[in-house]
Design a protein around this ligand. Structure first.
Ligand SMILES: N[C@@H](CCC(=O)N[C@@H](CS)C(=O)NCC(=O)O)C(=O)O
Length: 207
């Protein structure tokens, strides 16, 4: 498999972390999204949406959308990262969909704007509301994690890998303070202590 990716991306990191957990090998092909490298004709043939991550399978099929890739990897490997019980499975889906609508646009986008010098006048105007919504998302996770070890029940699932990716780097850029969310901090440490854990900067081609 070839993972088309940009190392600072949390969306890409979700896939790298899932592959680490499942013991899957892949080749990493990097693109600099700040230089428009995902908008070339060659890249658009892989993903017409012009975004990383996308996972090129051995038969040439190229799958995009990070959370769809997570589901594909867990389902095809029959991993307990995706529970078989329909209700538990639906709870995992719930967090994956919530991440894309309520978490990633506020936490990931704000981090990118602030760390990649990508602010514009329009983004300056949007920033306070995005931060407020990002704080609400972290608070919601903190409430859930005050009641149980992981987002869905007692075991680590794709919901945790998906939400970990951008939550653990939320402070980058300075918009969020993780000390405001002690249960999220506890959960981050638990994931970082897993034997298969790799940092967001991990590049399989360099190890
Ligand atoms: N919903 C998509 C979002 C993918 C996405 O936003 N990718 C960003 C990097 S994290 C990207 O490639 N941006 C380049 C661009 O839009 O030009 C997913 O979860 O995979």
């Amino acid at each position: 498999m070839i993972l088309h990716d940009f190392l600072p991306s949390g969306n890409g990191y979700k896939i790298r972390l899932t592959c680490a957990k499942l013991g899957l090998n892949y080749e990493l092909k990097e693109y600099d999204i700040t230089q428009g490298e995902t908008h070339t004709e060659a890249f658009l043939a892989l993903n017409q949406n012009g975004k990383i991550p996308c996972l090129e399978l051995d038969d040439g099929h190229c799958l995009s959308e990070s959370n769809a890739i997570l589901l594909y990897l867990a389902e095809t490997r029959h991993s307990e990262l995706l529970p078989s019980d329909p209700l538990q499975k639906a709870e995992v889906y719930k967090w994956l969909f919530w991440e894309q609508y309520s978490h990633e646009p506020n936490i990931a986008s704000v981090r990118f704007w602030l760390t990649h010098n990508a602010m514009t006048e329009l983004k300056e105007q949007m920033l306070p509301e995005r931060i407020q919504q990002g704080q609400a998302a972290l608070k919601l996770m903190d409430d859930q994690l005050s009641k149980q070890d992981f987002l869905v029940g007692d075991n680590l699932t794709l919901a945790d890998i998906c939400l970990f990716a951008y939550s653990h780097v939320a402070e980058e850029g300075g918009a969020y303070q993780l000390s405001d969310y002690p249960h999220v901090q506890r959960w981050i440490k638990v994931i970082q202590a897993q034997s298969w854990y790799i940092p967001i900067t991990y590049n399989p081609s360099v190890s």
